[in-house]
Write a protein that binds this ligand. Sequence first.
Ligand code: PLP
Length: 378
Amino acid sequence: MNSTSMHTQCVHSGQEADLLHGETVSAIYPGSSYAYLDRDLKAYPRYFNTPNQRAVAQKVAALEAAEAGLITSSGMAAISNTLLAFLKQGDHLVMQYGLYGGTTHFIQEHFPRQGIHFSQAKDGSLAALEAEIRPETKVIYIETPSNPLLAITDVAAVARLAKAQGILTVIDNTFASPINQQPISLGIDISLHSATKYLGGHSDLCAGVVTGRAELVQQIAGVAKGYGGSLNAQSCYLLERSIKTLALRVKQHNQNALALATYLEGRHDIIQVYYPGLPSHQGHETAATQMKGFGGMLSFELAAGIDPIAFQKKLRLIQASMSLGGVESTLCSPHLTSHAYLSPEERLKEGISDGVLRLSVGIEAVGDLQADIAQALG
Ligand code: PLP
């Protein structure tokens, strides 16, 4: 798919024509009660099938080159419902080495209670992932680029490996966004997002998205109906509106992040920069084959002697705050936020020291961001 059609899909996909008034944008249907007699569709918000839920689900499905989509109330609702739809007592899940902390925590806390087994690859290689596969493995779960160290997994290779053994694959595509990476075209079964991040893009909504083949998405919706986790019409509308500018925003995030990563790599007071767009990054070559842009997320480690908290407090433009993927640049210490759930030992095993800072590069003028970092470092 070329970039023009991505831009067009962002604007138009999923939207139904308003035959009554000819409105250019989607109307908001806040109802929780819909007529059901003589209709194929029994619409109800918790069934994920009201007009605003369907409109935005179709838009994201189009962007992911997927048959179907499902909008949920958060990224974790997308992740938990997807995993629980395909795993039951006695089944086994293989997790990639290094995932978003909330995902790891959910699996560690809840799977033992349900009798679902899991194991995590010992390192980022394909061989390590393969080594964890057992006869009862039903799902392989990956995240690339990963939170927070931007590790890259070879998506097509994982899809091939899993297909050969009849195992379902799920990817968290949040960091890349569908503009930069379309995992379903690379053979993955389910691509999901925290839509709270790039899809929402303005740090003002919490949502999740699942995309894949219609039968799989149906199966997830069936489970999610029971657990709840649907999104209200106003937030669906806001998400639909935000996605109209997704391709434009992501283009700017990509450009800014590459420029800042290059700048940070050249500074003597930064020990290491993690950004898949840098040739020095371990996963650069793989990223270059499977991503159209390298994304807006990067992490870096300050030199010993620079206090990461004091540095964050000195920033004037870049805000130290929890989330990511907004138009405004934000920065956080993963050990205090996204990966606070993990023990210090688990974090260190994954290379997340207390000195690592995760920067979500916004769409501001990159010179202003650079100047802010320079003044904070002194
Ligand atoms: N996946 C990734 C990569 C994330 O960074 C996050 C949140 O930070 C999530 C999933 C969970 O999303 P949410 O907070 O919308 O539930």
